[in-house]
Design a protein around this ligand. Structure first.
Ligand code: HEC
Ligand code: HEC
Ligand code: HEC
Ligand code: HEC
Ligand code: HEC
Ligand code: HEC
Ligand code: HEC
Length: 403
């Protein structure tokens, strides 16, 4: 009996993939016909579009082409040495880029940079094999301007067998088509079945695009094309009209960690939705030591007095979601001072720090960089583990660091 089940699933998959193959040249949006695609926004929102195109959100995933990869393929830095006999080399071969493993000078395995994740601080890559993406063992880190082990990978041996789950795409892309398959179909107990997402590479919508944050916009586009004189937005959720928690939820969807039980896929989220409908138990703990500076800006911010004692603050107070967060520390400090026009630092603080620094760099002292607990990496030939540091969003008083 169990074989019949397996065959049935195989049959379904064959039908699914052959129906895709039939129109292989025609682009199929996995999100369906309610979506217009980001390119369509340019006609009417050119400035926003041009800005968003260069943002880290837009590049949160990208195809593995030379121009999208930050790391080096040419200089002496493109080799990771595991031991005297084993090394991994970043190589250009024709139009593609590969991580190639050599043992005693002989090539053992080569895998292509198919998808790139990340742009601001680090970049990791994955290759596709039979409808699953697998993470490459070496990643690029901006802080060292070099390659080092991907988070959680060994510095002693290369592994190419870590699957990338659909969850990575749920936070780093706009969509990907997938099918659930059960890998041990003889199991009667549904809960103990191994369920895996079988992903269709061709349906990946790279990056976090306009409609990922604004919702499906086909109706909006068609209407405004038809009635160019209408100047008020049709069929579009306006962030301005949302409550504070709804605005926060639209960011917290991907910026509040990944440790909650999922009820609905992140891909289904639309602006205005309540995150509590997507996850069971959004943690509200006061345990500040548990929230990592990586990926959890919302929960850290919500522990700040600036957040609990002011109704006004949300992510957009300091960030324009269409723009890179590359403002100077002085311009962030101006935002702090819009609420803290007079700060009474005590004499110990004012004595040790120049007035200029106190005024222009609130961030350095009140949102210091801290090492992530979940992300660490190791460089080729280094015994020590390197930290991955980000600014904490828990705005508070920290001991002053002296250089
Ligand atoms: C044919 C013209 C047209 C196209 C194409 C278009 N829009 Fe609009 N959009 C408008 C007009 C007109 C408004 C209302 C005036 C304004 O706010 O700029 C608007 C408003 C908006 C707003 C609300 C602005 C606010 O006040 O909060 C958002 C968000 C938006 N559009 C997103 C999109 C997205 C995303 C796309 C692409 C999928 C898109 N638009 C494509 C015409 C267009
Ligand atoms: C679909 C998931 C998702 C949503 C929704 C989302 N983000 Fe992000 N955000 C990311 C990812 C992934 C990155 C890392 C991008 C990279 O560096 O490749 C990121 C990076 C950022 C950065 C740092 C990069 C930079 O320099 O700009 C800021 C700031 C940010 N997001 C703010 C926001 C705000 C504000 C919102 C809500 C309006 C939001 N995000 C909504 C996933 C998301
Ligand atoms: C819950 C949402 C979420 C999930 C799931 C997730 N990420 Fe991220 N990731 C983020 C956010 C947000 C950032 C950027 C800000 C930060 O580091 O806090 C980020 C940053 C990164 C970066 C560094 C980008 C940069 O320059 O800041 C890489 C690389 C990355 N993620 C890869 C992955 C991979 C691979 C997976 C799956 C194994 C994954 N992420 C799963 C949300 C997520
Ligand atoms: C990371 C989420 C995110 C992405 C991606 C995103 N937006 Fe927005 N957008 C927002 C939020 C949040 C606001 C409200 C900003 C505010 O309240 O300050 C907004 C506001 C707008 C507005 C009205 C006000 C303004 O700033 O112009 C328009 C128009 C708009 N977005 C269009 C787009 C288009 C077009 C794209 C793609 C090129 C896009 N957005 C991508 C989150 C996003
Ligand atoms: C929207 C207004 C607002 C903004 C913006 C804001 N804060 Fe606050 N902040 C507050 C409020 C309100 C309090 C609580 C004051 C109190 O308890 O009397 C506070 C408290 C603080 C405290 C005391 C924290 C503690 O634990 O005792 C510090 C330090 C602080 N803010 C620094 C900053 C810095 C630095 C920035 C910019 C990165 C900033 N704030 C941005 C409103 C704001
Ligand atoms: C009071 C100002 C402030 C608020 C509010 C704020 N941020 Fe930030 N954020 C910053 C500063 C400052 C940085 C560091 C920018 C840099 O180093 O270039 C930053 C950086 C980031 C980064 C990149 C990580 C890094 O260290 O480079 C992400 C992601 C991010 N913010 C997301 C969010 C999200 C999501 C929210 C809302 C939950 C939020 N921020 C609210 C000030 C703020
Ligand atoms: C050199 C580090 C440093 C810089 C720069 C700095 N602060 Fe502080 N801040 C501290 C320290 C330490 C304390 C606690 C001792 C004290 O009050 O002086 C503090 C206390 C505070 C408090 C709480 C005071 C109270 O009465 O509760 C606020 C609010 C604050 N800072 C805001 C700011 C703002 C806004 C800026 C930028 C304009 C800024 N700080 C720049 C180190 C700094």
């Amino acid at each position: 009996m169990k074989n019949t089940g397996a065959h049935f699933i195989l049959l379904l998959l064959t039908v699914f993939f052959s129906s895709c193959a039939n129109k292989s040249d025609e682009y199929i949006d996995p999100r369906g016909t309610d979506y217009a695609g980001s390119e369509s926004c340019i006609q009417c929102h050119q400035a926003t579009y041009q800005m968003a195109l260069k943002s880290a959100h837009y590049k949160a995933t990208a195809p593995g082409t030379r121009e999208n990869i930050l790391g080096d393929f040419d200089s002496a830095k493109h080799i990771f040495i595991y031991d005297a006999d084993t090394k991994l080399v970043m190589e250009k071969r024709n139009d593609s880029l590969y991580q190639v493993l050599y043992k005693n000078g002989k090539e053992v395995e080569a895998h292509r940079f198919d998808i790139i994740f990340g742009i601001k601080h680090a970049q990791t890559a994955a290759y596709w094999d039979s409808n699953y993406p697998y993470e490459l063992p070496i990643s690029y880190y901006k802080s060292i301007n070099n390659w080092a082990t991907s988070p959680g990978f060994s510095e002693k041996e290369a592994s190419f067998s870590r699957k990338i789950g659909k969850e990575c795409f749920a936070c780093h892309s706009s969509n990907i088509g997938s099918r659930f398959i059960t890998t041990n179909s003889d199991s009667i107990n549904f809960l103990s079945m191994d369920v895996e997402d079988f992903m269709n590479e061709k349906t990946l919508v790279y990056g976090i695009d306009c409609e990922r944050c604004h919702g499906p916009a086909k109706k909006h586009v068609n209407y405004h094309l038809k009635f160019p004189n209408v100047k008020t937005a049709y069929a579009m959720v306006l962030y301005d009209t949302l409550k504070r928690q709804q605005k926060l939820d639209a960011c917290a969807l991907c910026h509040s960690g990944n440790d909650k039980l999922k009820v609905k896929s992140r891909f289904e989220f639309r602006p205005g939705d309540n995150l509590l409908d997507y996850f069971r138990g959004v943690p509200k703990s006061n345990d500040t030591t548990n929230y990592d500076v990586h990926g959890n800006q919302f929960l850290l911010l919500s522990q700040s007095k600036c957040f609990t004692k002011s109704e006004a603050i949300d992510c957009m107070t300091c960030h324009n979601p269409h723009e890179n967060a590359a403002k100077s520390m002085a311009s962030y400090s101006k935002i702090c001072m819009s609420c803290h026009s007079i700060v009474k630092h005590n004499s110990a603080t004012t004595k040790s720090i120049s007035d200029n620094l106190l005024k222009n760099n609130c961030i350095e002292c009140h949102m210091p960089k801290q090492p992530s607990k979940s992300i660490k990496f190791q460089q080729s030939g280094h015994q020590t583990i390197s930290n991955y540091s980000l600014r904490t969003h828990r705005i508070a008083t920290y001991p002053i660091r002296t250089k």
